[in-house]
Design a protein around this ligand. Structure first.
Ligand code: UD1
Length: 430
């Protein structure tokens, strides 16, 4: 199993380029199921979740062409589909497999998708996806770990008025894709406003879908009979951008972050500014971050976009361990997303957890030790903590970070971090 060895204390300086957004690329690739024509997609991050999505689509008989593997440019063509159930082995590592459900049932009237496996950060049900599909006329059954959905009499889904009980990102994306090929109009209220949802809407529109309201919480979709192929470039990854902003800030460094979308970083920039970290918007694709004169504690609550992303909570917690004073971090999106805190405690952080609140008292002198990554973003938080810890930190189970960060080791090395990946044959993958 691969591990990272990080020697803390280096000040990060230089330039780093951001990859495409994993959470945009996933629904965009799944949208290839909606048409028989080819979809050309660019700026796909070379990370494991996209490799898994591409294997899943291949299983469903989507023809996936790439020059190299993994690649950032894909041509996906779903001329004819296979409605066999995707093997659980394939979908268990990636909850986003559920994104194939909406497009499959919209295009062929039947879908069988394995229920996403358990997840360290909470129960993460998919009930909202399923009730919305039922409102659109699908018959949905879950049995023996599988979701079986079909439209009676091999018909088409019908447009519906759906009010989501909770804001759900992949739920909104799934139903958007289903509604794009349904009979009649759909209205989605309390829809997610994440930039990744908007990116999907923009691409669906290029495929011929009739959608209005992107960027707001009410999406209106007039279903069309057929969608066609198109060419699309995925937006930059705002979580990778935020992670490098914190990397610059926590090491007191000087980083220029290119190929990013500063417009999507509002909540993170505002929070870093509050903590005393200067962030400059250089132009519409470039940010610059430097170290704070004094890092000040600042409370943070995770929220749906445009609020502070739950996917940046672990990274912010690492920063809070170095700030002067107490920061109260409240996690409102997932019920069990402080697993990184216990590892940071082992490194010497002062963190008290009470249900969904963490009180972080700083600044703490962190010391390197062996820590375990528990999920994708928790691993990023541990890497950031290790960058300022005294001595050596070994991060175990980095397969979590490989799900979503392209070339994280190389990108950090390029700006001066002392980090390396090594293979430990004595430990096997969990
Ligand atoms: C997406 C992102 C993930 C991010 C999360 C929240 C992708 C591939 N993943 O995950 O990185 O952390 O948004 O910003 O885009 N819920 C239900 N029932 C449902 C669906 C969701 O109760 O049917 C709950 C969840 O348990 C959670 C909340 O709603 O508490 C938000 O989840 P959701 O937005 O659906 O997260 P994902 O789309 O899975």
């Amino acid at each position: 199993m691969d591990k990272f060895l990080i020697k803390g204390g280096k000040i990060l300086k230089g330039q780093v380029a951001i990859s495409g957004a994993k959470n945009s690329a996933l629904p965009i690739m799944a949208a290839s199921l909606l048409t028989a024509e080819p979809l050309h997609v660019h700026n796909i991050p070379k990370v494991r979740d996209l490799v898994t999505m591409s294997k899943l689509l291949t299983f469903m008989h989507v023809h996936v062409s790439v020059k190299e593997f993994p690649s950032s440019d894909y041509i996906l063509q779903a001329t004819k589909l296979n409605d066999e159930v995707a093997p659980y082995e394939l979908v268990k590592t990636m909850r986003a497999s559920i994104l194939t459900l909406g497009p499959l049932i919209a295009r062929v009237g039947v879908a069988r998708v394995s229920l996403p496996g358990g997840c360290a950060i909470g129960a993460r049900p998919v009930d909202l996806h399923l009730t919305a599909l039922e409102k659109m006329g699908a018959e949905v059954e879950t049995k023996a770990g599988y979701i079986e959905a079909k439209v009676p009499n091999h018909g088409r889904l019908k447009g519906a008025h759906i009010v989501f009980d909770k804001i759900t990102v992949t739920g909104t994306e799934n139903i958007l894709m289903a509604a794009a090929l349904a009979d009649g109009e759909s209205i989605l209220e309390n829809a997610a406003r994440e930039p990744e949802v908007t990116d999907l809407v923009i691409m669906l529109r290029k495929m011929g879908a009739q959608i209005t309201g992107d960027g707001t919480s009410v999406l209106k979709i007039k279903g069309v009979k057929e969608l066609h192929g198109t060419d699309h470039t995925v937006i930059p990854d705002r979580i990778e951008t935020g992670t490098f902003l914190v990397a610059g800030a926590i090491t007191g460094g000087d980083l220029t972050i290119t190929n990013c979308a500063p417009d999507h970083q509002g909540a993170i920039i505002a929070k870093l500014n509050e903590a005393g970290v200067p962030v400059e918007v250089v132009n519409d694709t470039t940010l610059h971050v430097s170290g704070a004169k004094k890092l000040i504690a600042s409370d943070m609550t995770t929220e749906e976009y445009p609020g502070f992303a739950t996917d940046m909570q672990a990274q912010y917690m690492a920063l809070a361990t170095q700030a002067q004073g107490s920061s109260i971090i409240t996690e409102t999106i997932f019920e069990n997303r402080f697993l990184h805190a216990s590892e940071m405690l082992r490194m010497g952080a002062n963190i008290a957890i009470d249900n969904r609140r963490a009180v972080v008292r700083g600044p703490a002198k962190l010391t390197g030790t062996t820590v375990q990554a528990s999920d994708l973003r928790a691993s990023a938080g541990l890497v950031l903590a290790a960058l300022v810890a005294q001595g050596e930190t070994i991060i175990d189970r980095v397969y979590h970070i490989d799900r979503g960060y392209e070339l994280i080791v190389e990108k950090l090395q390029d700006v001066g971090a002392d980090i390396e990946r090594f293979h430990d044959p004595s430990s096997s993958a969990a």
